[in-house]
Design a protein around this ligand. Structure first.
Ligand code: 4AD
Ligand code: MG
Length: 421
């Protein structure tokens, strides 16, 4: 320490008295304080320090000291200041602002402390994802964004023209990952996906990023083990590398530590229905229906860790899921529900291997067989048991950071009625 440095910073806040000015800086990697003492820097630099406006950019020179009071742990004793870019009246002041105002200024809002912390943690989840799947022997197979298929149903598709044909923005890379798994064993994709969902909830984005692993020669039980290892690895990576960010967010690391303990509990869909019915809080709940947020929150509250709900009714799940070996009303699948009211973070299943079963399922789903011939080929040439799943990156970020709303978990959220900025 006590080393002289010159750093490029922005001013976030300041206060001063006659002889000393405290400048709050950010340099993109942390927030810290600069102290300017009039007697040390002289009249001119001290006057400049008092005039700098919020978000003006600067080069500051000075020595770094340890400072136990700051989250970052350091402050800089300033010896010189050079102005780089002036700032006008910055719209986001330290006072409270409404969400719409902040969303309209998302391009600037990203500079704030909470947003900084969330984006750093998002980045850590991305980094840890690559580390985990590389370590597990997966290769990344990129799925196309422009597609002719509708793996998750036809009601939520973004349509576009593909020259004289129709195309859709990808809802999921899964079907392509299945082709990848038959070619390379263990694969994953990580890309943007789109759902033209007319839902305005704190869990839904129109455009979100999904991590979709797909494994050949793997049944569902082994896939669940991989899923819980992956989630525990993500949480542990945040605990290992993002303590500063967790502090900024006031997210208690002790709570997160619980989520690194394996295994996670598993309950059947049938059992979940029973729990909901017995509670008396959900008079309308019926076997055969999907869960909404209140039901998922209620179920998750019974466990201190994420919980797998397994084997949902066939009628409410996509066409490609493996039918249950002894019951024809359910499929071999699982949703992973996050604790603390964050709902479903993973959806996955074993995949049907029988070509004739799939042809019937396509028909039932109202999908055009000729669009899926390539997918059926995967069953015609050396079909094997295989399983996979999809983790919604922003759902995971929202949960791990403890944010209230998924719009905070992505740099530029696409929401119902919002495509600016
Ligand atoms: O459950 P979903 O729809 O499953 C699939 O798309 C499968 N094809 C995945 C697979 O098996 N390869 O979506 C998977 C996950 C959800 O659990 C959720 O985390 C996230 O994607 N997700 C959304 N996140 C934000 N906004 C939305 N509108 C989302 N829809 C799904
Ligand atoms: Mg789902």
């Amino acid at each position: 320490m006590n080393e002289e440095v010159k750093i490029g910073v922005w001013l976030t806040n300041k206060r001063s008295s006659g002889k000393i000015a405290f400048l709050q800086f950010r340099d993109g990697t942390a927030f810290f304080q600069g102290v300017v003492v009039k007697n040390n820097v002289g009249e001119e630099t001290f006057e400049l320090a008092k005039e700098i406006r919020q978000e003006e950019s600067l080069y500051v020179t000075g020595t770094i000291h340890q400072d136990k009071r700051s989250h970052f742990g350091y402050e800089i004793e300033v010896s010189n200041i050079e102005e780089v870019g002036k700032s006008e009246d910055y719209p986001i002041t330290p006072k409270e602002h409404g969400v719409d105002f902040l969303m309209d200024h998302r391009h600037l809002w990203l500079r704030s402390k909470r947003q900084f912390a969330v984006m750093q943690i998002r980045n850590e989840l991305i980094r840890a994802t690559y580390e985990f799947f590389n370590k597990e022997g997966f290769i990344k197979i990129d799925a196309p964004i422009l597609t002719g298929s509708a793996p998750e149903g036809t009601t939520e598709l973004f349509h576009t023209k593909y020259f004289d044909k129709d195309a859709y923005l990808s809802q999921s890379g899964q079907l392509y990952e299945e082709a990848g798994a038959m070619a390379y064993g263990k694969v994953f994709s990580f890309g943007p996906t789109f759902r033209a969902e007319k839902s305005k909830t704190r869990r839904h984005l129109i455009e979100f990023w999904m991590i979709e692993p797909e494994m050949a020669f793997m049944h569902q039980e082994q896939s669940l083990e991989l899923q819980e290892c992956y989630i525990a690895f993500l949480v542990q990576s945040v605990l290992d590398h993002c303590q500063y960010e967790l502090k900024l967010l006031e997210r208690d690391p002790e709570i997160l530590k619980r989520y690194t303990q394996l295994p996670y509990p598993r309950i059947s869909y049938d059992k979940a229905i029973e729990m909901l019915t017995e509670s008396g809080e959900f008079p309308d709940v019926k076997w055969g229906e999907d869960f909404g947020s209140p039901e998922e929150t209620f179920l998750a509250e019974h466990f201190s860790k994420p919980v797998f709900v397994v084997n949902y009714p066939k009628a409410i799940k996509p066409f490609y899921m493996e039918p249950h070996p002894t019951r024809d009303d359910i499929v071999v699948c699982a949703d992973l529900l996050a604790p603390e009211g964050y709902g479903e973070i993973i959806g996955g299943s074993e995949r049907a291997t029988d070509v004739n079963y799939l042809i019937k399922q396509l028909e039932k789903a109202g999908l055009n067989k000729s669009d899926y011939e390539w997918y059926l080929d995967l069953r015609r040439y050396g079909s094997v048991p295989h399983s996979g799943f999809g983790l919604g990156l922003e759902r995971a970020v929202t949960w791990i950071t403890g944010e209230e709303h998924i719009r905070e978990a992505i740099p530029f959220p696409r929401l119902l009625n919002r495509i600016y900025p």
